[in-house]
Write a new protein. Structure first.
Length: 107
């Protein structure tokens, strides 16, 4: 099991609360305001000034859309599904390597 510990750092949480408030402010300003029907999550019950409620909503709603591994396939340059060679070099991009778990086939 991989435990990502999202928002367990107080600094991270403070930044996310501020990002949340800025995002809300932006969505209440034109031109976005006229395009948004309603806030789906966390919804109007969570008020901007209620930091405890914002923190609770952030903790309950935090997730990742990233995969910890197998998102940048290793293979030959002629394989249309491969991203890197056996040294982590990105096909077609000189000087760029991927050196994280995304090139692992599995964990």
């Amino acid at each position: 099991e991989i435990v990502l510990n999202h928002l367990t750092s107080e600094d991270d949480m403070k930044r996310m609360v501020e990002c949340f408030r800025i995002s809300r402010k932006l969505t209440r300003t034109e031109p976005l305001k006229s395009l948004i029907v309603e806030e789906i999550y966390p919804g109007p019950d969570v008020k901007d000034e209620d930091e405890a409620a914002i923190r609770k909503a952030l903790l309950e709603g935090v997730s990742t859309l990233q995969h910890p591994c197998a998102t940048a396939r290793m293979g030959l340059p002629d394989d249309p599904l491969s991203v890197v060679d056996e040294q982590g070099r990105v096909h077609g991009v000189k000087g760029l390597r991927i050196v994280d778990a995304s090139i692992f086939p599995h964990i």
